[in-house]
Design a protein around this ligand. Structure first.
Ligand SMILES: Cc1ncc(COP(=O)(O)O)c(C=O)c1O
Length: 399
């Protein structure tokens, strides 16, 4: 007898991630002996720095294997604080209560963990959270499961979630705005004035701005230069930066340790306090030994690795640009979100199928968007494969 009747409608309505569905099909083809070029996965392919791996092993040997304080272990909190102070001028407490006007800090189980806690800290039945379209797949599902309604901010064709676009969507039910720069799936980086305006808008309406900065380190030198020489974040905004912005960051992409499930959130006292309470009864704490190792990881220089990805970005743009036309140049992350030429008359899902027939895995835009007009290439594969994979997609698009 089925137990389906036990499953709430809100849970049953969640589709498994579209990315996973494509990977399941790819895995089946691999089992049949096909050799695929996987440009679908958002998982960096560089080897984890040896010092970072050694730090994880050492932490286990050193008996850091028990529960940690929900807020995070001191050594990692100290490393994050030392990073945030010069970057944002923020100084959360190392331990103990957060003072009035002081930002708080919470170490989380991945960036996803931080986003879940943040969304649940502010959302209840009937509330609205404004998210970008296209979006990272977790955003709408997390909002819906918290009882809220995701309000999609159409950011086509340039993928900038500007204050002007967001302002039209704010209602008395809006609790939060979620922005990601660089974004996934577009890799597009917003500039400081754009982010300042967004923070000021949130301050004006007294709502929370959740800034998903998982790709902060994965922002390329040219995008940093275009933003005046430093990573642009709404946390630095003169209005709403310190008061209304929750910064959410991760370790997985930066150091190639996505499976470690580590991230953090920093921002308004009240929000961090609620998130910490929720963490105590859900994730409990982020993995303790890996928190110790992440503290060591933060002193690892990833510049050369990131430069390599920036070179790969150029391979994708050079190969697909001539067939796709206006691809918005990504300034970070490791994705290109390219439009399918309309004269071809096919959807993203159809393109994915045709590419899969030719042993190339890409993800269709509809997985990240209300429309299915684009496709995402992850340049997380070695250069030769990347070139071959993009040439295959270009050949399909040429018709
Ligand atoms: C924009 C964005 N936010 C959050 C996440 C989740 O990251 P984590 O693995 O740290 O939970 C991802 C992962 O791909 C992402 O692209």
């Amino acid at each position: 007898m089925s137990l389906l009747h036990l499953v709430p409608k809100s849970v049953a309505a969640v589709n498994g991630s579209g990315i996973r569905q494509i990977f399941d099909r790819a895995a089946k083809l691999r089992r049949e002996g096909r050799s695929l070029i996987n440009m679908g996965i958002g998982q960096p392919d560089f080897p984890v720095p040896a010092a970072v791996k050694a730090a994880a092993c050492q932490a286990i040997v050193d008996d850091h294997n028990g529960y940690a304080d929900s807020a995070g272990v001191d050594v990692l909190r100290a490393a994050i604080i030392a990073h945030l102070k010069p970057e944002l001028g923020w100084a959360p407490p190392l331990a103990g209560p957060i003072a009035e006007g002081q930002p708080g800090l919470l170490v989380t189980s991945g960036t996803s963990g931080a986003l879940w806690l943040a969304i649940n800290a502010v959302t209840e039945q009937g509330d609205e959270v404004i998210i970008p379209d296209p979006y990272f797949v977790l955003y709408p599902q997390a909002v819906k499961l918290a009882g809220g309604t995701p309000i999609y901010c159409d950011t086509y064709p340039d993928f900038a979630m500007t204050a002007e676009r967001v302002a039209k969507l704010i209602t008395p039910r809006t609790k939060a705005v979620l922005v990601a720069s660089p974004g996934n799936p577009s890799g597009v980086v917003m500039n400081q004035p754009q982010l300042d305006a967004l923070a000021a808008l949130c301050a004006k309406h007294n709502i929370l701005l959740i800034s998903d900065e998982i790709y902060d380190t994965f922002t390329y030198a040219d995008a940093i230069a275009a933003c005046g020489g430093r990573y642009a974040t709404p946390a630095r905004a003169p209005v709403g930066g310190a008061t209304h912005t929750l910064v959410v960051r991760g370790f997985g992409k930066t150091y190639g340790i996505t499976g470690w499930r580590l991230g953090y959130a920093a921002g308004p006292k009240v929000i961090i306090e609620q998130m910490t309470k929720l963490q105590q009864y859900s994730f409990v704490c982020a993995p303790t030994p890996l928190q110790h190792a992440a503290a060591a990881a933060m002193s690892t220089d990833m510049t050369a690795t990131i430069q390599r990805y920036s070179d790969r970005r150029q391979i994708v743009l050079d190969t697909l640009g001539p067939v796709c036309g206006d691809i918005v140049r990504p300034g970070g992350a490791f994705y290109v979100f390219a439009p399918i030429p309309s004269k071809l008359g096919i959807t993203g899902a159809q393109l994915v199928n045709r590419a899969m027939e030719r042993d190339v895995v890409i993800i269709n835009g509809g997985v990240f968007s209300l429309r299915d007009t684009h496709f995402r290439v992850s340049y997380t594969v070695a250069e030769a494969h990347l070139r071959a994979g993009c040439q295959t997609v270009a050949a399909i698009l040429k018709g």
